[in-house]
Design a protein around this ligand. Structure first.
Ligand SMILES: O=C(O)CCC(=O)C(=O)O
Ligand SMILES: [Mn+2]
Length: 86
């Protein structure tokens, strides 16, 4: 999932709440312009990201998902993103 803003919702006053499960992933958190520098975060199983207020419309995305290791029973990544749409 490339860099994008979550801006299909009508109400930006409510935060985006994102739960990551399974394989780790590299998350990119940028600024309010697509061309702004991005910070890389390693999201692991159980991590929760909340972005609201002045950060609500930051560009963000996933650049890669880790490969499962041989001793890992999980072979996929799941993301649950909660947003208020109206
Ligand atoms: O998979 C993720 O951690 C990000 C998901 C996301 O940005 C979205 O669903 O809008
Ligand atoms: Mn998003």
């Amino acid at each position: 999932m490339g860099l994008h803003q979550d801006k299909n919702e009508q109400d930006y006053s409510q935060p985006i709440v994102s739960f990551s499960l399974g394989l780790a992933a590299t998350f990119l958190m940028g600024g309010l312009q697509r061309s702004d520098p991005v910070h890389k975060l390693n999201l692991r199983h159980g991590d929760v990201l909340v972005f609201g207020g002045p950060d609500r419309l930051r560009y963000h995305g996933i650049s890669s998902v880790a490969r499962p290791s041989d001793n890992q029973s999980i072979s996929a990544r799941l993301n649950f993103t909660f947003r208020r749409v109206s």
